[in-house]
Design a protein around this ligand. Structure first.
Ligand code: OTU
Length: 651
């Protein structure tokens, strides 16, 4: 795109660049800047064009990009070029992720580096290390209340440790994912401290008000994120004598992105960690970064423009790095975080598939797939060159963020249905052996979310305690079934640490005052490595899960139909307990896999004729990639064991 105004501005900015920048070899940088400048200028102007200092801010932005480019290690610059030449690299089925807390997984970063062989053993080659930056003790929100964006927390390790992790990973082709908490800082961050000390510059980094007038107006339309522990969206600061916007906990101050300095600071932070070797950056709470009175202050158009701008800027300095959007919002809103267009309005390459996650838990509780089908049918197509992060559990709660229309469509009443699911997973519903706990019950809205480890939510904890072998087997199948879905659906599967060895709830958080009121800590375990050894011992639950996951991962990597190129087609088997879809190789559509999942605790059957109608198995025999055998058939019907699955292929 060539446009005079932006081009002459670019010329001027290049002239104004500091001499130490101009003297560098910036060939690739200039090419990328030229290619992206029209978009960058446009977006920056849209957001900040009315300011007198617009041009100066624009120069500062370009200088930031150049400075970080100069600091980017050569090896990473080469990787950028490789990835530019193979821009679909992350859509391949070879990627399998795991998210972990370094302290819970292996004491600290050095421990994570030492444990690298464990990832290889399982087949994991993308590791999301949960927040590692400095946080106040106690008021840390599990690392999401950062007090220094450039300093690794002492308890986690040092920059050298991270470099060791990064080089161990790089040697083994494991991608490193790090967090950048965009929406807020800790109230103990330097910026907050200087704001409290009275510096106007830093007060302008946040949203602050002298009285309740504006906060009250905001509150009329803003929901509460942590209603039990942090009601309201503003906190009174005694020293400042002001109300500070605090959407999450009262010690997490929302950053004000209507100030371009904030944008540039945070972009600089992103580029800093990308230069430390992060292949992927998880952008936390992206839905919240723009506040507009009279709205829920989530998913605002400007939030999207900010993300597009961040993407375009990273494209200039470090085009090999990817963004993950953490936007746990309504299904129709989530896909928007990929951007509107892969070329001219791109945002994040990857987004959490919170919709699929919640729908899977629904199918498991109801033992039918009606809402799963309905919800996925209404999920808008995602952008090309973008992919889902498919997960079963993560460090957060399970929010039941279905679209109410979808819920009604399959004849449930939305509120009653959500109440049922919370009751089911917290073991209140009759016959349920799930042992989850509620998270953030909101008495005003009747809303609640669910916390608990995967193994405990599927009933394994209870089954093991009561020694009920049949229930143990069903629960193990459920863990395997849920993973079979995320491995085959299309997108990058993201395991949650501990789930691969069926880790139960950890109740120790209840004895720790700074954690006791946040039930998400029930599923942020400390790995018991002695217990993990049992993964090598046949007959143990650890072995049952670990070996199944390992096998599925190996098969996934060899099955090109599992790559993510919008190559999925839902199949209606007419059996409501069974969910089915076809995946096909986008280059060779005849190479297909038919996925069939039984979400009920009874064996299910489907007519072979239904498969033929879907165009499957007409010409040859079918066999199951997972077991390597022909699937069980009886009376012209395919039989699927309770809570198990097939990955059928033709030969
Ligand atoms: C994210 O969470 C993090 O994953 C949480 O661990 C943090 O507490 C939170 O941000 C604040 O930093 O913002 O877009 O329901 O799903 O708060 C979604 C709770 C988020 C989380 C939600 C989420």
């Amino acid at each position: 795109m060539y446009e005079q105004i932006s081009h002459s501005l670019l010329n001027q900015i290049l002239d104004d660049l500091k001499p130490e920048i101009r003297s560098q070899d910036l060939r690739h940088f200039y090419t990328r800047l030229g290619a992206n400048f029209y978009a960058i200028h446009n977006l920056f102007h849209h957001l900040y064009g009315r300011r007198d200092d617009f041009q100066a801010q624009m120069l500062k932005l370009v200088e930031t990009l150049a400075r970080q480019y100069i600091q980017r290690p050569d090896a990473l610059k080469m990787l950028d070029i490789e990835r530019e030449n193979d821009h679909n690299w992350f859509l391949s089925q070879q990627w399998v992720g795991m998210a972990l807390y370094s302290a819970g997984f292996a004491d600290n970063l050095a421990g994570v580096a030492d444990k690298t062989p464990y990832f290889q053993e399982l087949g994991v080659n993308l590791v999301h290390i949960m927040p590692i930056l400095e946080c106040p003790t106690g008021k840390s929100d599990g690392g999401y209340a950062v007090s220094n964006f450039r300093q690794i927390d002492d308890r986690v390790g040092t920059l050298e440790d991270l470099q060791r992790v990064s080089s161990e990973f790089r040697k083994r082709d494991i991608l490193l994912t790090l967090d950048v908490v965009l929406n807020h800082t800790s109230n103990e961050h330097q910026w907050a401290k200087r704001a409290i000390a009275g510096e106007q510059k830093y007060q302008d980094y946040y949203y602050m008000f002298d009285n309740r007038e504006i906060p009250d107006m905001f509150e009329q339309s803003m929901p509460e994120i942590f209603p039990e522990t942090a009601p309201g969206n503003f906190t009174w600061n005694e020293t400042l004598q002001k109300w500070v916007m605090t959407v999450f906990n009262d010690y997490q101050w929302d950053l004000n992105y209507s100030n371009p300095t904030v944008f540039i600071e945070m972009l600089d932070v992103i580029l800093f960690w990308i230069n430390q070797g992060a292949d992927v950056v998880r952008l936390d709470a992206v839905a919240f970064i723009w506040k507009k009175m009279g709205t829920i202050c989530q998913n605002e158009r400007e939030a999207h423009l900010l993300l597009q701008l961040m993407k375009d800027c990273c494209q200039v300095t470090a085009p090999g790095a990817l963004f993950i959007a953490e936007a746990i919002v309504a299904p129709v809103e989530i896909t928007k975080y990929f951007g509107e267009d892969a070329i001219i309005a791109k945002e994040c390459e990857i987004a959490y598939n919170a919709t699929l996650m919640a729908l899977l838990w629904d199918a498991l509780a109801t033992r039918n797939c009606r809402l799963l089908y309905q919800g996925l049918k209404s999920l808008p197509d995602k952008l090309e060159r973008a992919t889902w992060l498919n997960y079963v559990r993560c460090h957060d709660d399970i929010g039941l963020g279905f679209d109410d229309n979808d819920v009604r469509q399959v004849d449930y009443e939305p509120n009653a249905h959500r109440r049922f699911l919370v009751d089911f997973y917290t073991g209140q519903f009759k016959d349920s052996i799930a042992s989850g706990v509620p998270f953030m019950r909101n008495d005003k809205t009747g809303d609640a979310r669910i916390a608990g480890s995967l193994a405990s939510l599927v009933g394994l904890e209870t089954a093991v305690k009561t020694g009920d072998q049949k229930a143990i087997d069903i629960a193990l199948n459920k863990i395997i079934l849920m993973h079979s879905m995320i491995f085959s659906f299309g997108g990058i599967p993201l395991l949650y640490y501990g789930d691969e060895i069926a880790t139960f709830n950890d109740y120790s958080y209840l004895d720790q005052p700074d954690k006791a009121n946040d039930s998400r800590w029930i599923h942020r375990p400390k790995i018991d490595w002695l217990r993990a050894e049992s993964r090598n011992k046949q007959g143990t639950v650890e072995h049952g899960v670990f070996s199944a996951l390992k096998k599925m991962i190996a098969i996934r990597k060899e099955t090109s139909a599992f790559a993510d190129f919008n190559n999925r087609q839902l199949v209606d088997t007419t059996n409501p307990h069974v969910f089915s879809f076809i995946r096909y190789d986008h280059n060779r559509p005849s190479e297909r896999v038919l996925v069939i999942c039984n979400f009920s605790e009874q064996p299910q059957r489907i007519e072979m004729a239904k498969l033929s109608a879907a165009g499957f198995g007409i010409y040859g025999q079918v066999y199951d990639l997972y077991s390597g055998k022909r699937p069980t058939q009886f009376d012209n019907q395919l039989v699927i064991q309770p809570c198990l699955f097939y990955w059928l292929s033709e030969f």
